[in-house]
Design a protein around this ligand. Sequence first.
Ligand code: SF4
Length: 161
Amino acid sequence: MAAPKKLRVGIFSFTGDEGCVITLLEALNYKFFEWKDKIDIVYARTLRSKNDASNLDLAFVEGAISAPAEEAKLREIRANSKVVVAIGTCAINGLPSAQRNNFPDGLKKEIQPLVQKLGQFERMKAPTEVVKVDEQVPGCPMLETGFVQVVEKYIAQMEVG
Ligand code: SF4
């Protein structure tokens, strides 16, 4: 008999403080046993040493995009995922992680050598500017209830078939 289907889930952090992933882990504290036969977290740097980002059903993305390597990784995630979910305001509109975009000109000039040294974009981007995002969970950090609702929406869709 074929194994029951599980949603393949990936969790990805870009430039930010990873506060949204902490919120996600807090939700797993009480949802883990309910979800363990329905979702398979195959990519999460904070949870696993071996990760697989292929053929994802749900990709959760936090943080802003600060450098070309991050942009390329995000495009790869989009290509490998049925549904991409932006979690938290950094992933939705870039802020607060992209606040240097709004610095006055003098301060921008002051940090320019560091931006160049790190190989970062002059202007940081929100993931929603780079790829099509299917769902958004607002908040800084993201709303835990919003995250749970998204996971349960796609579990329900999987169970209906
Ligand atoms: S939205 Fe807030 S909590 Fe989430 S990564 Fe950005 S700064 Fe951190």
